[in-house]
Design a protein around this ligand. Structure first.
Ligand code: XIL
Length: 391
């Protein structure tokens, strides 16, 4: 309506102008001019609306830049989701979340007959409400296990049969609760040793032996046949450890155990891994027909290869300064690893950061403040961020 009368008005004006110069103007001319003007205005309208849509569009985040490559995730604590600034940052940048601790055996299953669902549920519900993915972490690990798990009421180790029953019941209860909501699970975490032995010595190997690994995968698969099941570990770019993980995974695949992917934790630093080490790992694990996810990415500003080792009882004792040298070295490492991720993105189905911003990182617990992420302590993208999204 508005468009029509506006164009009529213009048209009449045109006619008047036209009549001044072309006295022969008739009704037919007027109709043509009317149609033309209406079209012109319609085009303007469409252009203006499109421009507005563009202005109103939410700013692009990592999830948008990497849309064609893989989902980009972040490890969260339930409290992060309740802070407006943090939850807004999560939703702007990421389309997958992992519980930093809430789904581990200890926190989620503190007593044999009691599960604690509140924190894990709040994370899953946040993801469902906001239509983002959830990775489950983790069903079987040697760390953060509940006190009751390996012992009987007298405090002695339980038998192999009992521990397998407990493992089965734990895995199936947790996986079933989130069936259809958690698309991928880290089923077994860090079972391979850092030292010369094959498997890490733990209560799992002591009581059950190597078999605990395949059983864990079978239990998880029974509970949710659709879930993508991962073996997850750190220092996967160090040749000796990589070879052992490869051997473990090849053995599982050859036996027909339902393992679908390998999680490379990616707790890296400004000094490692090299491009060659990283590419070699991707190529080796992909050759087993496994999908690859980088599940716990951070780049420590202190050189070295501490990987994912938990250093017990350490608090942040020293504050630290994020120097321009650290900033430059970290930016280069992030740039390199994301170049490699893009190059191999047909085999990579996810990249998840371990924590949201430098305001808090689990690495702070290693005695000194670290700055391992892409957002600074004020939640602003660091220079490294702009390198990661520049392609
Ligand atoms: C870490 C958490 O970030 C800490 O809050 C917790 O105190 C210890 O565990 N590898 C893993 C993660 O698989 O579960 C670990 O998470 C970091 C190393």
């Amino acid at each position: 309506m508005y468009l029509k009368s506006f164009s009529k008005h213009l048209c009449c004006k045109n006619i008047q102008i036209k009549q001044c110069y072309i006295p022969a103007a008739n009704n037919f001319d007027c109709m043509k001019i009317h149609t033309l003007t209406t079209c012109l205005i319609a085009v303007c309208f469409v252009l203006i609306t499109a421009a507005n849509v563009n202005i109103e569009k939410k700013p692009a985040g990592l999830r948008d830049y990497y849309q064609k490559h893989f989902p980009v995730g972040v490890a969260v604590r339930p409290g992060d989701l309740r802070k407006p600034e943090e939850s807004a940052l999560i939703l702007r940048e990421f389309n997958s979340i992992t519980a930093e601790n809430a789904m581990k055996m200890g926190p989620i299953h503190p007593q044999e007959n009691r599960y604690f669902w509140r924190d894990a549920d709040s994370i899953v519900n946040f993801a469902l409400r906001n239509k983002i993915k959830v990775r489950g972490h983790t069903l079987c690990w040697h760390t953060q296990t509940p006190n009751w798990l390996f012992v009987d009421s007298a405090g002695n180790n339980v038998s192999k049969v009992i521990l397998l029953q407990r493992l089965k019941s734990h895995i199936q209860t947790v996986v079933s609760r989130y069936k259809g909501k958690i698309y991928a699970w880290d089923v077994v975490n860090e079972a391979v040793a850092d030292g010369p032995e094959f498997l890490r010595k733990s209560k799992w190997t002591e009581i059950i032996g190597e078999e605990f690994i395949e059983k864990a995968f079978e239990y998880a698969h029974e509970a949710d046949p659709e879930a993508i099941l991962f073996y997850n570990d750190y220092n996967t770019e160090i040749a000796a450890k990589r070879d052992k993980i490869y051997r473990l995974l090849k053995g599982l695949k050859d036996k027909g155990i339902p393992v679908h992917g390998v999680g490379l934790q990616a707790h890296w630093s400004v000094s490692s891994p090299t491009r060659e080490e990283l590419e070699k790992s991707i190529e080796m694990f992909s050759s087993l027909g496994l999908q690859i996810q980088f599940t716990e990415l951070d780049v420590s500003v202190y050189a070295g290869r501490q990987g994912g080792q938990i250093i017990q009882g350490q608090q942040q004792q020293q504050s630290g300064v994020f120097t321009p040298e650290m900033e430059q070295q970290q930016l280069e490492k992030y740039k390199m690893v994301f170049e490699v991720f893009r190059k191999h993105s047909k085999n990579i189905t996810g990249v998840t950061f371990w924590n949201l911003s430098d305001r808090y990182s689990w690495l702070d617990g290693r005695g000194r403040k670290n700055f391992p992420l892409l957002f600074d302590q004020a939640y602003k993208p660091k220079k490294a961020y702009w390198e990661v999204v520049k392609f």
